[in-house]
Write a new protein. Structure first.
Length: 177
């Protein structure tokens, strides 16, 4: 299962090795603090940091991902920075729509639900989707904070459904300074 979930992450997000997030315990859940990413999120274990250079129409961007697989469910927290020129020339909704379409399309998925959300005063989307022809179900929150795109996602086999703690995980994402 782990290989399949990580393979799905490769399809959707891209991978390469790196390491180094600070963690603080809170029961079985740990607070992942990304100083470089300027965020915290609670995960039900210790995530691994991975980086990948990803080609995009706007040029190559470096995506930083924190990934944890536990009990057949994968938890992802990612960030990347867009070029300032792209942000200045584009509407936030257009960039968020593109991130949504890329996230769903890259996993051969189908969008099931979508709603507009915010983190602090910054725009975002919450999406629920199927992946790999309906084998997996996922929920993701995507935020555009100035030039930075954040994606926080939980992904499980569709037969098992999303875990009860999916909301706890997604709700725990906080921006830091």
């Amino acid at each position: 299962m782990r290989t399949l979930l990580i393979g799905l992450a490769v399809l959707g997000l891209g991978l390469a090795l790196s390491s180094g997030a600070a963690h603080a315990q809170a029961g079985d859940w740990k607070t992942l603090t990304s100083k470089a990413g300027r965020f915290t999120v609670m995960m039900p274990g210790e995530a691994k940091e991975q980086k990948q250079d990803v080609p995009t129409p706007a040029g190559k961007i470096t995506m930083t991902m924190y990934i944890l697989e536990k009990d057949g469910t994968a938890y992802f927290a990612t960030f990347n920075d867009y070029p300032a020129e792209l942000i200045q020339k584009s509407e936030a909704d257009t960039l968020l729509d593109g991130a949504r379409d890329g996230a769903v399309g890259n996993v051969k998925g189908k969008l099931l639900e979508e709603k507009k959300i915010k983190v602090d005063a910054f725009p975002g989307r919450e999406i629920t989707f199927e992946a790999l022809g309906g084998m997996f179900i996922g929920r993701s929150r995507i935020y555009l904070v100035k030039e930075r795109l954040y994606q926080v996602m939980v992904l499980s086999p569709k037969a098992a459904g999303l875990p009860k703690d999916a909301g706890k995980y997604l709700d725990s994402f906080k921006l830091t300074k």
